[in-house]
Unconditional design. Structure first.
Length: 209
């Protein structure tokens, strides 16, 4: 179980990202946290994974008080989580394969087992042919997809914490083309496109209707 009791997170300068937050999440529950930018959604996830500590109040995960964990206990605590964050936590000097394989090496998996698990995960997110690429050679969407399979190819976590995991994963069917019709609004996953289009064939604008 995850339990927050009167949690406050205050940053230098006095800004309070979270104020008196209390909630409980039971095993097997799927919970979506929504709100405008700056509402504290990312801060909440970071508190649960002990990336940040609460200013006051308690954060308890599986019976452990997150705020009381010692630094040497954090790596073991975080093995309870599959984390997909907004910013990609990738090692710039490691290939796509090595980035995904690193947690498995740390946990002592056999080399052949690691290779099989990593390649299966990369294939699953469409990066099978990019395993030797460094992060700098990957697009933003590819980097986001690379940061997501690592938890899934290790021991299944007790909890998944995902921060807008699909924002770079939207795709347009290959037989559609970019809309050439003039418009004052950009057709994209983040804004609703116009409902009329002069194209005679399916286009990207139609993808978001």
């Amino acid at each position: 179980m995850i339990a927050l009791n009167q949690v406050v997170k205050r940053y230098p300068g006095g800004y309070e990202a979270l104020k008196q937050v209390s909630l409980e999440i039971g095993k097997g529950e799927l919970v979506c946290v929504t709100g405008p930018s700056g509402a504290g959604k990312s801060t909440l996830l970071k508190l649960l994974a002990a990336i940040e500590r609460p200013t006051s109040g308690s954060v308890v995960v599986n019976g452990q008080n997150v705020g009381a964990l010692r630094p040497r206990a954090l790596p073991y605590f975080r093995r309870n989580f599959g984390l997909v964050l907004q910013d990609q936590k990738l090692l710039p000097d490691r290939t796509a394969f090595d980035n995904v394989a690193l947690p498995l090496h740390i946990q002592g998996y056999d080399g052949r087992d690691i290779a099989a698990r990593v390649r299966a995960a990369l294939e699953k997110v469409g990066l099978g042919e990019r395993e030797k690429a460094l992060p700098v050679a990957l697009s933003g969407g590819e980097q986001q997809r690379l940061s997501s399979p690592a938890p899934s190819c290790t021991v299944p976590p007790s909890w998944w914490l995902t921060n807008r995991p699909a924002i770079w994963m939207r795709s347009t069917p290959s037989n559609w083309r970019r809309c050439s019709a003039p418009s004052t609004r950009r057709a994209s996953p983040w804004s609703s496109p116009p409902t009329t289009c002069s194209c005679s064939t399916p286009c990207s604008r139609a993808a978001w209707r």
